[in-house]
Design a protein around this ligand. Structure first.
Ligand code: FNR
Length: 381
């Protein structure tokens, strides 16, 4: 595989290789509005930048003369083995990135055997994705909204459709201050994008006076009223916990205190994440939050990580700091903008090949060998 890529012998040799060229090709493929929505972050965008910069403050210690002939990248999550440590992050409104929207990203995940997290605000419904990819590992991400019946209904729908994990995102009690979107006067929901799970939800439909086909504008307005909830607290989470036996991950955690509370309230794990810097400007980088949270000991509790992963080395560092798996966010959307499902598959295949080499050249043949001893932390001064 590596040789084919090196010698440009494969069918996808027309596609970009470096992350930067995927990104610049995506920029060319998208209009200002969708690009700003995908790439933008909160306020000065410093959190997004810091997420990426933090990785260079942690360095890998390569070890030599270890047998790395036979390698595997597998991890086990909730009792199921996954071939690689990569998980597809929930990203809403994918119809603004590519016409195939979530069919492209869920299709790539299914063909590569990676867990796929469908967003609450996806452009394709829970059931449509499940019907198209019945066998693949799918998780559903829930934004705690204002209407309990709608939330409960979505959790039940996901469970019924075969999704295996519920991911409750807690960092989005309202949308962050995103200047690119304000400058472009662009909010995809206003055009009815990203509301597929609502207009197919029996509880949501009960709240409307007429069907969305008759009055889409009213459906959009109702959606805007209920899809997030600034008054949501741990008591609300306790209710979500009582609705399902599926494992629940809390996504958007950046502090040790919140991890302890998550354990107390019955979560099965957390995703350390700051939403790619889209919510709190000036926040701690996600990697440094992970470092603080996991401390010296690898935690028993499931800890996943996202925000800033761009290369295989980044994934290695997060895994060494105690994450059990890592979510890929913006990069797969760059690849989707360039070439739909084919682009995503190409990008993720490259990432996996790079990860395999990166591990082997550093002297490790499996993820279980990674730990704090494999990382050197540079002094910030
Ligand atoms: C997101 N993210 C996100 N998270 C979530 O829980 N539900 C969602 O609907 C979305 N939507 C979304 C849209 C866009 C355009 C982006 C860029 C991100 C956050 C996402 O799951 C993940 O946390 C970040 O993408 C990680 O940051 P990086 O690595 O992409 O910078």
């Amino acid at each position: 595989y590596q040789l084919k890529i090196y010698l440009k012998m494969d069918a996808d040799s027309d596609l970009p290789v470096s992350l930067e060229s995927w990104r610049s090709s995506a920029r060319m493929a998208l209009q200002d509005g969708p690009w700003g929505y995908l790439e933008g972050a909160a306020g000065s965008e410093d959190t997004m930048i810091e997420n990426i910069k933090a990785f260079s403050r942690y360095r890998i210690r390569p070890r030599y003369l270890h047998d790395v002939e036979n390698r595997n990248q597998s991890i086990t999550l909730f009792g199921r083995k996954q071939d690689s440590p990569f998980i597809i992050a929930p990203i809403g409104v994918q119809s603004i990135i590519h016409k195939d929207a979530e069919y492209a990203s869920a299709g790539a995940a299914a063909s590569l055997g990676m867990p796929y997290i469908l967003s609450t605000v996806s452009s394709t419904s829970i059931e449509d994705i499940a019907a198209k990819f019945p066998e693949s590992e799918k998780w559903f991400q829930l934004y705690p909204g204002k209407d309990e019946n709608v939330m409960k209904s979505m959790v039940n729908r996901a469970e019924k459709a075969g999704y295996k994990v519920i991911v409750v995102t807690v960092d989005t009690t309202m949308l962050g201050w995103r200047e690119q979107d304000i400058k472009n006067a662009y909010l995809p929901f206003l055009q009815g994008e990203g509301i597929a799970n609502f207009i197919t939800d029996p509880e949501f439909l009960k709240m409307l006076e007429t069907s969305p086909e008759n009055n889409m504008q009213a459906a959009i307005e109702e959606f805007l009223m209920v899809y997030v909830n600034p008054s949501f607290t741990w008591d609300g989470f306790r209710k979500i916990r009582s609705w399902t036996k599926l494992p629940i991950l809390i996504k958007g955690i950046s502090s040790e205190e919140d991890v302890h509370t998550a354990v107390k309230y019955g979560a099965d794990g957390v995703i350390i994440s700051n939403h790619g810097g889209r919510q709190v400007d000036g926040s701690i980088s996600s990697l440094e939050a992970l470092d603080e949270i996991t401390g010296e000991n690898k935690p028993e509790f499931t800890i996943l990580f996202d925000s800033g992963i761009r290369h295989a080395a980044d994934a290695m560092k997060a895994l060494a700091l105690g994450a059990s798996g890592v979510l890929i966010g913006r990069p797969y959307c760059y690849a989707m903008a360039v070439a739909g499902q084919r682009g995503i598959e190409r990008y993720l295949n490259q990432l996996r090949a790079e990860f395999d080499l990166q591990m082997a050249l550093s002297g490790y043949s499996s993820i279980s060998q990674l730990g704090r001893h494999t990382i050197y932390k540079k002094s910030p001064y």
